[in-house]
Design a protein around this ligand. Sequence first.
Ligand code: KG4
Ligand code: ZN
Length: 325
Amino acid sequence: MILSIESSCDDSAISITEIATNKLLFHKKISQELEHSVYGGVVPELAARLHAEALPKILAQCEPYFQELKAVAVTSSPGLAVTLIEGVTLAKAVSVALDIPLIGVNHLIGHIYSLFIEKEAVFPLTVLLVSGGHTQVMEVNSLSDIKTVAKSMDDSFGESFDKVAKMMGLGYPGGPAIERLAQEGDRKKYDFTVPLLRTPKLAFSYSGLKNAVRLAVEKSEEKDYKDIAASFEHIATKHLTHKLKKYFATHPPKNFAIVGGASANLYLRSQIQELLKPYKANLLLSDLAYCSDNAAMIGRVAVEMYKKKMFTSVEDLDITPKSNI
Ligand code: KG4
Ligand code: ZN
């Protein structure tokens, strides 16, 4: 069994995964959404303090498994420095106390493996990662063969939902709130410009759209918010499908996946489904419970890393807040 810890942002989570079967034996997450909601976004120092309280509480519930643990895994990159350190410090303590190897897991690879919780992995895979911190397209052939082909130059897809929600006073996280509001609105009412429409560059950008939405919000009344939300969601999604269509012209997908917190968005899912039709590609999605940050996905990666003995010593495991993927 492997114990895995996730604390890269605002979710304190610990899981236990059986190595031979990928079975999830224990899974607990304490979310800090409510605490950050009043600020309209994650406050790193508050998040760190809440992890320091929550992680030891969850770990105590894992005690019955301690004797059978073969390794401890933890998200060490990317994420908020002050919150990553909470998980890594705890993982090091467990590694030393139980004399078991330590595995440092990349959170983005975790999101990819959220597709394979309690399942076998499927490759090759073209992945669209849409989370609060990242928007990127990756070609994934194996655990160690991951190539990023496009990423955001500024804000991420999820982050733009958070910022639009904040403008409308809807709290944090903004994704689910905007999605709910958009369902009642007219997607064609506001003619926002699709970002990077005229450049051939394979990249994403959400800061211009965010500013256009800000102007619309400032000029309008609350009763118009649903139309703004619907039009924003439509254009934010169209930006993704437009760039993906360009990429597919030279790299037709076989297996395509959407992962990350924002992959829960139903409008995005439906538009990607439409886009994939001509290619007859399989669409892989994580269970809704594992789209947002969790420790089960970290545990699933750790099973693969354990089999390859990809361990790091307690002295050498460091946090790397910026992604190297
Ligand atoms: O993967 P995740 O839990 O954390 C990061 O690794 O960043 O993703 C959180 C992000 C937030 O920005 C949140 O607003 C967004 O995912 N999100 C959504 C939806 N549910 C969550 N965005 C759009 N539509 C949703 N339904
Ligand atoms: Zn994440």
